[in-house]
Design a protein around this ligand. Structure first.
Ligand SMILES: NC(=O)c1ccc[n+]([C@@H]2O[C@H](COP(=O)([O-])OP(=O)(O)OC[C@H]3O[C@@H](n4cnc5c(N)ncnc54)[C@H](O)[C@@H]3O)[C@@H](O)[C@H]2O)c1
Length: 319
């Protein structure tokens, strides 16, 4: 047997042994930590009554559901979208169920100058912003296999770059007030690779990394009352194209679809409890930890094993 082959065998054995040893340890440690937090940590939700929240992409889907959830908690809401019909409809729904102020704003989150203008309008209409929900996102390219460069760039601008522009515009006020919440809607696709949607996977992984680094910055700056939370949901019952696709490729057999309302409730509750990352379904957090213990070649193979045929179907349908 060649040296290279026996090295591969040794590596595989070492990986198996560490998986067998570490899995029960990791599960036990995670359970103990949860128990410790439940018993000793103050995790009672904070009040946001009277706070002003900017929710991007709130004219539809998850953004609308989060806007409604925040309104139920007493927040005044700036409903931001490029689609004003959707944004106005969200404002109407907020006014029907909560006694808070809400207003629709047209702004493209990928345009820094529009966000600067948005901030001054919201401050003068509703007050200083202390809750920022970075939700607006694009999920699918028209051509999954061979997207146009402009489409790829647009997804990067909206899903990734925009989170830098909103941070630059809204975070300084939170820093001055020494309190606030910043929530970015990422996706499980940033952790579990999504073939033929590489731009999406990359933008969501980038957003998760962005928020992790920002959290450390704020800790170093002793901004203990600015909470940064990243939400990473699986497929949702929100965007119609994504719902249709998930049924066509039967992805719901692997990860059942979650309603936008229940995801929004979980995200807002987690945000108020100061949770740092929320993966939906919750079990995917453990699954991800276990998978990343494996060698990368195994991780690739298990993805192909579980999802390969579905994604072949996906490209057949999308092209
Ligand atoms: N739908 C899912 O299955 C799913 C799963 C995981 C994560 N997510 C993430 O959740 C977020 C919301 O997804 P959704 O399914 O509710 O989407 P959606 O398509 O239903 O709604 C997105 C909203 O964002 C708005 N928008 C798009 N580009 C914008 C821009 N440049 N500026 C301002 N507004 C803009 C749209 O007009 C729309 O109203 C996205 O970030 C998405 O990546 C969705």
């Amino acid at each position: 047997m060649s040296i290279a082959k026996s090295q591969v065998k040794l590596q595989a054995l070492a990986a198996l042994a560490s998986l067998a040893l570490l899995t029960p340890l990791l599960v036990a440690a995670a359970l103990l930590w949860k128990l410790f937090c439940k018993l000793f940590c103050c995790s009672s939700p904070r009040s946001i009554v009277g706070d002003v929240a900017v929710v991007t992409g709130a004219g539809h889907g998850l953004g609308r559901a989060i806007a409604l959830e925040l309104a139920d908690k007493g927040c005044h809401i700036a409903v931001v979208d490029i689609n004003m019909t959707g944004a106005e409809s969200t404002v109407k729904q907020i006014h029907e169920r909560a006694k808070v102020r809400a207003k629709a704003y047209k702004a493209d989150v990928s345009n820094y100058l529009e966000l600067v203008e948005l901030n001054s309008q919201v401050v003068s209409d509703l007050g200083p912003v202390t809750v920022l929900i970075n939700n607006a996102g694009i999920m699918l390219h028209r051509n999954a296999v061979d997207p146009e460069p402009a489409e790829v760039q647009q997804m990067i601008n909206v899903n990734l770059a925009a989170h830098f522009w909103t941070k630059m515009v809204f975070l300084p006020t939170m820093k001055t007030l020494r309190r606030g919440y910043l929530v970015s809607i990422s996706s499980l696709a940033g952790l579990f690779p999504m073939p033929y949607n590489t731009t999406y996977s990359a933008t969501k992984a980038g957003t998760t990394a962005h928020m992790r680094a920002l959290r450390i910055e704020l800790t170093l700056e002793k901004q203990r009352d600015i909470h940064v939370c990243t939400a990473m949901p699986t497929f949702l019952e929100a965007n119609e194209d994504v719902v249709q696709l998930s049924h066509q490729i039967k992805i719901a057999d692997l990860f059942p679809l979650i309603s936008a309302q229940s995801a929004a409730r979980r995200i807002v509750d987690g945000m108020l409890k100061g949770e740092r990352e929320i993966m939906l379904p919750e079990l995917s957090a453990l699954l991800h930890r276990l998978i990343t213990l494996m060698p990368v070649s195994w991780q690739d193979r298990s993805t192909i094993l579980c999802t390969g045929s579905r994604f072949k179907q996906y490209i057949a349908l999308r092209n």
